[in-house]
Write a protein of this length. Sequence first.
Length: 143
Amino acid sequence: MKIKIVNQSQNPLPEYKTLGASGMDLLSNNEEVITIAPMERQLVPTGIFVEIPLGYEGQVRARSGLSIKNGITLVNCVGTIDSDYRGELKIPIINLGNEPFTINKGDRVAQLIIAKYERIDWETVENVEDTHRGTGGFGSTGV
């Protein structure tokens, strides 16, 4: 997959940290320290531009350690990067914690997963097939 990195000497390629990791760490590429106050949102630059192949998408996900330890997560929970997007990857972060959170250049701020997807064609029908579950939702199968 093609990738362009701004300040490549100071901003390494996204990498998998372990053999079983599905996500690659995305690092911040901010020139100045970013401080996010509680309940504040910020777009954090990565300095990365990607060329995702047709039939694939990028999924940006929060880092679990930042979420549980600091309340740092993504505004949109999981971000989607479409294959035709060519802008810089920026991470929409929100601080749900009680303390201001500081991001320095090179901090790991999110994960990137590249996934294959299927496109579908809709078929309009009068009814959808019934199942055992039927219309039960929102806790209908138990707690």
